[in-house]
Design a binder for this molecule. Sequence first.
Ligand SMILES: Nc1ncnc2c1ncn2[C@@H]1O[C@H](COP(=O)(O)OP(=O)(O)OP(=O)(O)O)[C@@H](O)[C@H]1O
Length: 302
Amino acid sequence: MPQLAISVSDLSKKYDSGFAVSHTNFQVPAGTICGFVGPNGAGKTTTIRMLLGLISPSGGTGRILGEPITSPEKYLSQVGAMIEGPAFYPALSGAENLKVLATLGGFPLERVDQLLAQVGLADRGKSKYKTYSLGMKQRLGIAAALLPNPKLLILDEPTNGLDPEGIQEIRQLLRSLADGGTTVFVSSHLLSELEIISEYLVMLRKGEVVFAGAMQDLFDAQQPFMLVKTEKLSDLEKIISLAEGAGHKAHIRDGVAHIEGPAEWAGVLNKLAFEAGILLTQLSPQLPNLEETFFEMTGDQK
Ligand SMILES: Nc1ncnc2c1ncn2[C@@H]1O[C@H](COP(=O)(O)OP(=O)(O)OP(=O)(O)O)[C@@H](O)[C@H]1O
């Protein structure tokens, strides 16, 4: 049994409106990057807030770094978190902001320059926070979360609003942290990004866990599929009927037909379409990926 950074059992949060999080069970092995996904309102933020002791569960149990979530004082000194966007003083520089937090938290001030370098802000540490780009603000937020030199880093949407370059920088940062032994639990709507960086995944739907485990196990349980486009949009429905008639699950999303089946079956589908007088403009076999799997398992948009 690997050492667990997070482990929850039957964890629930109930509001008057119903369960925001309902009887969830999942485990995150130490030293891994674990993606945390679910459609809007699935319960991600509520779960994170329970893990950080910010709200108390209505039921169930949880352990962070071996300590119960009912005693957050026992583990919070070893947990760094960035949730709902970092809050900093606009008129202070990045370095000054971190120094304020270091002083408040009793962390060594020497860590400030080290952390600025680690998140790629060494050159801009002296610039006022209000001059920072969104990506720089996010990176400063991560630097603040790293002040306690945490064993577990919990990030809620760290790449929100970032451009591809900023996203790549965060990816490299998270990878290097995990390589150094930090466990990273990260929620994001950027599924393709999470697919690249995460070894583990927890997927929520309507407050319930629909998958928790190794990313590879998730894909191993999925069928390959193909993406199909037709010259005329109206022909897509006919393609769906042809595929379903041949025993293949199929649906249309964003003007593209997604049809389950191995790559070898693509030729058969092409022939069926041709015989029905339908011209295919795209027929591309795909391996299971997180975007497709997410859609299949949550039946929802991101
Ligand atoms: N304080 C609260 N009181 C009542 N209901 C709440 C409260 N906080 C969250 N909820 C409800 O719980 C559900 C889960 O919300 P939560 O914010 O955890 O979802 P999420 O997965 O983080 O969504 P998003 O991706 O949009 O941030 C939602 O239906 C939400 O309206």
